[in-house]
Design a protein around this ligand. Structure first.
Ligand SMILES: [Cu+2]
Length: 78
């Protein structure tokens, strides 16, 4: 019972991928909304994985459309 990301922030380089695994017992639907980069996953059930590539530098917040308190700050360096 978590309804949260394992960590609150992560740093990576342009082009690197974060693998999100739903280790929860709930659906999650994660997204980023920004002018430089956006994505919107489908609803992911327990055990499902999603690989997200961050193709541009910047600071982004990954949120969950189902659990508004979830947030992961991603810093992407060139
Ligand atoms: Cu969620």
């Amino acid at each position: 019972m978590k309804r949260n990301f394992d960590r609150s922030e992560v740093s990576l380089n342009v082009g690197e991928i974060i693998r999100f695994t739903n280790e929860d017992e709930f659906l999650h639907q994660i997204y980023v909304e920004s002018k430089d980069f956006s994505f919107d996953s489908d609803e992911k059930g327990p055990g499902e994985e999603l690989d997200v590539e961050f193709p541009v530098p910047g600071h982004f917040t990954v949120r969950c459309g189902i659990h508004p308190r979830m947030g992961l700050d991603v810093s992407v360096e060139k």
